[in-house]
Design a protein around this ligand. Structure first.
Ligand SMILES: Nc1ncnc2c1ncn2[C@@H]1O[C@H](COP(=O)(O)OP(=O)(O)O)[C@@H](O)[C@H]1O
Ligand SMILES: [Mg+2]
Length: 493
């Protein structure tokens, strides 16, 4: 039992080793291994088939030639024998010499057999007088010469009928059996040579396959190296691997991805520096206000009140920035967790407008909702309300006193549109390109009086894009602005 356990331990150990060093290293899965194997197989199999075919046909051909030769000689000799009345036991010396010659040429055995199956002549001199009844002899006596190759015992047996000149009948049989050892010997030599050639060819093939496999996989290894270099800290590690069309596509795709990563990285950096800048501005003002108060001994209460009021405003602004900023971060974070429900869009917009009406009223701006039809759609109510709020808020903020804001809702069978149009200050074409960027504000000094962070539109756009929708702006400076939003009625995740 103990020994058996020991054996198991060894077997498991060997298995673990194989797994770790062969399968674990994925050698069998590697492209290089497979290509090498394929080339070796493709090279070796035809070589082996060719060898077998050539050697086999050589053997067959050699046996055929030898058989035909013997048959010819037999026929000639049998014709001569027809003149002799050997069957009466009067075999001549001439016949004996001829038979010995034949047996010498082919280093074989020649026998003469009469109709009674008795052996009259045997060049081996062993079986004279004995009877032989073999299938070939019987067949030959009935009129047809035979030949037979026995590959196992390595000999060719040929029989030829002897036809009497006078009787014109079969009087006996000449039987020749010849060893094929010489053929086998040359076959063995050929096989040896073939094996030597195969060994050399096999070695060359293996080296070639190894090198080709290495060469084919090389560009992919370079790509992996390039990607790893980028992972360690991407600088300008663009790939230009043009060895194959496939690697070219791969490099192109990678370069595009790298470009995108760089853009993302840049925008992240910009975002962080913008955030810290925006957050610091109100703090700086507050510090200036506080410091100037502290520097004045016995400052009047009115000054205190005024500065404190300013500081309160700065705190308010700081709060606003942080709120917008948090809304944006939250949108980014919950990008994958949309809380989709079927909503009545008319009611949703009404609710948004109701909250904003007091602000519009402060500047006597007319806020109108125009609904072309009842619309229900699959949306995330909170995110979409946030987007519409930002658009309408802007339309009020960047408007003139006594102006108007028109919000309209329409739909076809696939999408719904929301349009927010205002009679406000408008946006120039150059600015229109950038207003959806984070922290972008058209006129910093003017906008500062109005208040805002430059985050509202990027929040709105993020929310709309999450609904697989799109937002566009149409505007001329001084002629008002129209934002259009298009969102599919059915949410596609
Ligand atoms: N309806 C509008 N009319 C004119 N300008 C607008 C309008 N909406 C947005 N803008 C411009 O686009 C900028 C970016 O808007 P937004 O991202 O909402 O930031 P914020 O409103 O906080 O400044 C605004 O500062 C403003 O200059
Ligand atoms: Mg805004």
């Amino acid at each position: 039992m103990c020994r058996r356990n020991g054996e198991w331990v060894i077997i498991l150990g060997v298995r673990a080793y194989l797994k770790k060093f062969i399968l674990g290293k994925s050698v069998l899965k590697s492209l290089r291994f497979r290509i090498t194997l394929l080339i070796i197989l493709v090279g070796t199999i035809p070589m082996l088939i060719l060898e077998t075919v050539i050697l086999n046909s050589y053997e067959k051909r050699a046996v055929d030639v030898r058989t035909a030769d013997i048959q010819n000689q037999c026929t000639i000799l049998c014709n001569q024998l027809g003149d002799l009345s050997y069957q009466q036991g009067k075999t001549s010396d001439i016949v004996g010499t001829e038979l010995v010659q034949l047996s010498n040429i082919y280093s074989g055995r020649v026998m003469l057999i009469n109709k009674e199956f008795r052996i009259l002549e045997d060049t081996y001199g062993m079986d004279v007088g004995k009877t032989i009844v073999s299938g070939n002899v019987v067949r030959c006596l009935s009129g047809k010469g035979t030949n037979q190759y026995d590959a196992g015992n390595r000999y060719i047996e040929v029989t030829s009928p002897i036809i009497g000149n006078e009787s014109e009948q079969i009087e006996g049989v000449m039987l020749v059996s010849v060893s094929t050892d010489s053929i086998e010997d040359s076959l063995a030599v050929l096989k040896e040579r073939a094996a030597a050639i195969e060994a050399v060819a096999g070695l060359l093939l293996f080296i070639a396959a190894f090198l080709i496999g290495w060469g084919i996989v090389r560009p992919f290894q370079r790509i992996t190296g390039g990607i790893e270099a980028v992972t360690e800290g991407y600088e300008d590690n663009y790939l230009y691997e043009n060895a194959y069309t496939e690697t070219m596509h791969l490099s192109d795709a990678f370069n595009k991805m790298l470009g995108r990563l760089k853009v993302l990285d840049k925008s992240r950096q910009e975002f962080v520096s913008n955030v810290s800048h925006e957050l610091k501005t109100p703090l700086t003002s507050m510090k200036v206000l506080a410091d100037s108060l502290l520097a004045q001994e016995g400052a009047p209460v009115e000054l205190y009140r005024e500065f404190m009021g300013d500081m309160s405003q700065e705190i308010e602004r700081e709060n606003e920035i942080i709120n917008d900023f948090l809304a944006l971060v939250k949108l980014d974070k919950t990008a994958n967790t949309m809380n989709i429900r079927t909503e009545n869009m008319n009611e949703l917009i009404e609710r948004v407008l109701k909250r904003l009406r007091p602000i519009a009223a402060q500047r006597n701006i007319e806020l109108v909702f125009e609904s072309f039809r009842p619309v229900t759609a699959e949306v995330d109510e909170i995110k979409l309300s946030l987007a519409i709020t930002n658009l309408v808020e802007n339309a009020i903020k960047y408007n003139n006193e006594n102006g108007w804001v028109h919000v309209s809702l329409n739909a076809d069978h696939k999408i719904f549109n929301i349009e927010v149009a205002d009679s406000g200050i408008g946006i120039g074409p150059e600015d229109a390109e950038h207003i959806f960027e984070r922290f972008y504000r058209v006129d910093k000094s003017h906008s500062r009086e109005i208040g805002g962070t430059g985050l509202g539109l990027s929040i709105a756009r993020s929310a709309i894009v999450m609904h697989r929708g799109a937002i566009k702006v149409y505007s001329q400076p001084g002629e008002g602005t129209t934002f259009t939003v298009r969102i599919p009625l059915i949410y596609v995740s």
